[in-house]
Design a protein around this ligand. Structure first.
Ligand code: NDP
Length: 242
C-alpha cells in the first residue's frame, strides 16, 4: 500500500488533491482540524473512485498533537510509510499591519508556517531511510509578491517558499523532492468573501481558478514524472504576473 497524507484535505484545494492522489493509486490520509462532516464527504468521494483512505484529524499548528497523531499512525502501520506529503492546510486572517492583533499574526504564522515544520519533521526521516519521497507545499501568490492586508499570510507563505528551497537541497541526494505550488485566486471557502467580479479583471484569464486546476499540478509533482524537479515554486494563477 502506498500512503499519501494531505493536510487540510477535508475541503477546497485539499479535497481535490486527495481525489487526484487517490486516482493515482494512493491510500489517502485525509487530515482536517474540525470539519468532520466535510472530511467524511471527502473520504466517501475517495471510496467512490474505487480507492481507499482514512481520516486523521489533528491541528497542524499544534506540535504535540501532530506528533501524537503521526506516531500513533506509525504504530498502527509498522510496515508502511508516508511517501507523499502535501502540506496544504492553511488559513488567512487579513488586516492591515497597523491594526493587526498579535493573535492574528501568531495564528496565521503557526498554521501556515509552523505546520510545515511540525508535519514535515515528523515524516522526513522515513522518506530518507526509504530513499523515496515527495513533499509538496501549498504556498500562495501572496508569499511571492506580498499583498497588502496580508503581512502575516505573506510572511508565512514566503517562509514556506524559503524552507522548500532549503529542504530540497538537504534531501535531494536521498531521492526526496520538495516543491511548492503557488495558487492565485481559487474558488474555495477561503475566497468566498472576495469580490470575484471585480478581482477577475486583474487576472489575464479573467476568472478565478478551480481546486482541480491546482490539484493537477500537485499530482504531477507527486508523481514519477517530476523526478528531476525539486526546490521549485510553480504558480497556478491564470497568468497573474508574479
Ligand atoms: P479552505 O479554507 O477551503 O480549506 C482549508 C482546509 O485547511 C480545510 O480542510 C481545513 O480543515 C484545513 N485547516 C485549516 N486550519 C487547519 C489546522 N490548524 N489544522 C488542520 N487543518 C486545518 O482553503 P483552500 O482550499 O482555499 O486553501 C488550501 C491551501 O491553499 C491553503 O494553504 C491556502 O493558504 C492556499 N491557497 C489558497 C488560495 C485560494 O485562492 N483559495 C490561494 C493561494 C493559496 P477544517 O475545516 O477542519 O478546519
Amino acid at each position: 500500500m502506498k500512503y499519501a497524507l494531505v493536510t487540510g484535505g477535508s475541503r477546497g484545494i485539499g479535497r481535490a488533491v486527495c481525489l487526484s492522489l487517490a486516482r493515482m493509486g494512493y491510500h489517502v490520509i485525509v487530515n482536517y482540524r474540525s470539519g468532520k462532516e466535510s472530511a467524511e464527504e471527502t473520504l466517501n468521494m475517495i471510496n467512490n473512485e474505487g480507492s481507499s483512505g482514512e481520516l486523521l484529524p489533528f491541528d497542524v499548528s499544534n506540535r504535540e498533537e501532530v506528533k501524537q497523531a503521526l506516531s500513533s499512525w506509525k504504530e498502527k502501520h509498522p510496515e508502511g510509510y508516508i511517501e507523499v506529503l502535501v502540506n496544504n492546510a492553511g488559513i488567512r486572517q487579513d488586516a492591515l499591519l497597523v491594526w493587526m492583533k498579535p493573535e492574528e499574526w501568531d495564528k496565521v504564522i503557526s498554521t501556515n508556517l509552523g505546520s510545515f515544520y511540525n508535519v514535515t519533521q515528523a515524516l522526513i526521516q522515513d522518506m530518507l531511510i526509504k530513499k523515496c519521497g515527495r513533499i509538496v507545499n501549498m504556498v500562495s501568490l501572496s508569499g511571492l509578491k506580498g499583498l497588502p492586508g496580508q503581512a502575516n499570510y505573506s510572511a508565512a507563505k514566503g517562509g514556506v517558499i524559503a524552507a522548500t528551497k532549503a529542504l530540497a537541497q538537504e534531501v535531494g541526494r536521498k531521492g526526496v523532492t520538495v516543491n511548492a505550488v503557488a495558487p492565485g485566486y481559487i474558488r474555495t471557502d477561503m475566497t468566498k468573501d472576495l469580490d470575484e467580479k471585480q478581482l477577475k479583471n486583474l487576472i489575464p484569464m479573467n476568472r478565478f481558478g478551480t481546486p482541480e486546476e491546482v490539484a493537477s499540478v500537485v499530482a504531477f509533482l507527486a508523481s514519477e514524472k517530476s523526478s528531476y524537479i525539486s526546490g521549485q515554486v510553480i504558480s497556478v494563477n491564470g497568468g497573474l504576473y508574479t
